[in-house]
Design a protein around this ligand. Sequence first.
Ligand code: FAD
Length: 297
Amino acid sequence: MKVLVLAERPGAAEELCAGARAMGADEVALVAFGDMEMPPSCADLIYRVTVPEGLSLDNATATVNAIFDHVRPDVVLVEPTRHMRILAGALAFHGGTSAIADVMELDGDVASSMYYGGAAILKRKPGKTAIYLMQPGAFGDSVAASGANQEEPFAWVDPGATVKVLSSEPIEKSGVDLQKADVVVAAGRGFGLESDLDMARALCDKLEAGLGCTRPLAEDMKWLPRETYIGVSGLMLAPKVYVAAGLSGQMQHMVGCDRAGTIFAINKDADAAVFDQCDYGIVGDIQTVLPLLVNEL
Ligand SMILES: Cc1cc2nc3c(=O)[nH]c(=O)nc-3n(C[C@H](O)[C@H](O)[C@H](O)COP(=O)(O)OP(=O)(O)OC[C@H]3O[C@@H](n4cnc5c(N)ncnc54)[C@H](O)[C@@H]3O)c2cc1C
């Protein structure tokens, strides 16, 4: 079986290439955009694509379609970033098939995804060639990527109509990239005041953790950036350690962290749902527990 991997970040590329092996791929080909450095022993073949100056990655549709025609994969695994989603959609059209998004698990070729905001599981089978947009951690960590990383340049194919980048400005981001963080502290509505988040930040400093939150803290209170909330409509994370502080453990939040290695929960309500889903729980007030933890660490 041949698998083609489309990814923007080396970590995601490695995870998807490992997943391809777990699916039984005997040939794994990876598309590398620009000078993106790939992890060693990641894939059998790496097709290096140079995106012309001033063009956004979204314009790589025709190039990716050409790589697809060249490789003729049985399965395409895609990192679900904005650019990759566009490429996957165009590729599905080109290949006369469909793309399946938000895949949390594969059982053979049947893909499971969250549905109705996490209230149900949707199972879907692909069309002709399977194109799956995989959530992080979907393959678990029981598999490793492998391959000689034999690199070949692949010529850019003009997509015809292009999307031009007029300008780009980096957004000032404080703290750790949550997708890459080994440890994540997530704050919920139990933090009564915005200034209480300093307690979570102090814990993050001790644990070298990233600070995330539940949706209400980002969407309603706007105490933390929108891109830091975790859950079915936010980030799907798989850190080694997840500290859920002052949050109730609603399913819509917990699907975003249930692939964490170890989950710690702190909540003053012993009946909070989060205690059914954590590995270690402390029943207590964050106002007391967090300063104590920070002192002890
Ligand atoms: C379609 C849909 C999609 C959604 N997507 C997401 C999503 O992606 N991510 C997400 O997070 N939510 C999402 N939600 C919202 C979700 O259903 C919950 O409402 C939300 O996660 C609850 O946030 P919370 O746990 O911070 O607040 P609450 O549910 O209000 O929980 C607060 C908790 O803090 C505890 N607490 C209070 N004070 C203290 C204290 N001093 N010390 C310790 N504990 C204390 C309380 O006991 C309580 O358990 C979605 C909802 C819908 C309908």
